[in-house]
Design a protein. Structure first.
Length: 239
């Protein structure tokens, strides 16, 4: 059985019946597009997949492949959507839809990003895919969306690093905690949680007897984040 047949066979059996053999390509594409427009994304995916299998060189092939990936995403299959968006962006980089596909990959992985206590592999992949969009499609009109997603994902990664570092800090394993704190500050300097990380890093340095590092960290909080709660705590402690 061909790979295409396997994919089609994996779609729900209760989905709508595809147009019959002999249906003109334009009508076959329109059948899938109508399903997409009506929110029947499983049927739409089946139709677009069938269309591309039959008409891989059609001028509508790019649109069909993009809408296939987007149908998966809208139907709740973010992982399959991410795979299809990524494949599109990498194999059709000159397509007018390539930047949208690259952003789609980022969005799909962000949809897969789990709660903070869990492994953040998909969060990192979202950052990577959006960063790729910013690098390869710098003039895209959707650049701002990619920037926003990167900021959200980086904020989450910084919060994750802080969570793990604080766990070690509370146990008194200050050197282990500092690895996570310092990494977060270096990798995600603009994350909202950075002032709190620096404050806890300051306390950790003090408890280790690293007075020079503690003083430098304290000054950084006061100079770079003067209006934060972390700065206020440091001010109160010295008064």
């Amino acid at each position: 059985m061909s790979g295409l047949a396997v994919l089609i066979g994996a779609l729900p059996s209760c989905s709508a019946k595809l147009p019959p053999d002999g249906t003109p390509p334009q009508e076959r594409f329109q059948w899938a597009a109508d399903k997409y427009d009506n929110g029947k994304y499983g049927d739409a995916a089946k139709g677009f997949l069938d269309f591309v299998g039959r008409e891989p060189l059609s001028p509508l092939a790019d649109s069909a492949l993009f809408l296939l990936a987007d149908a998966y995403l809208r139907d709740g299959d973010a992982l399959r959507a991410a795979t299809e968006f990524t494949r599109f962006a990498q194999t059709r980089p000159n397509s007018p839809l390539a930047d949208d596909a690259q952003l789609g990959a980022c969005t799909a992985y962000w949809e897969l990003s789990p709660s903070l206590p869990r492994d953040q592999e998909y969060t990192m992949q979202a950052i990577q895919e959006c960063t790729r969009m910013l690098q390869f499609f710098p003039d895209s009109p959707r650049r701002a969306e990619a920037v926003s997603l990167v900021q959200e994902a980086q904020a989450k990664m910084a919060a994750k690093q802080f969570r793990v570092g604080k766990f070690y800090f509370d146990l008194g394993f200050y050197e282990s905690a500092n690895i996570y704190f310092e990494s977060a500050v270096e990798d995600y300097p603009n994350a909202p949680v950075i002032p709190d990380i620096l404050y806890t890093l300051y306390l950790s340095y003090r408890r280790l007897g690293f007075d020079a590092e503690a003083d430098a960290t304290r000054q950084r909080v006061l100079s770079d984040y003067p209006n934060t709660e972390a700065a206020q705590r440091l001010e109160d402690a010295s008064s």
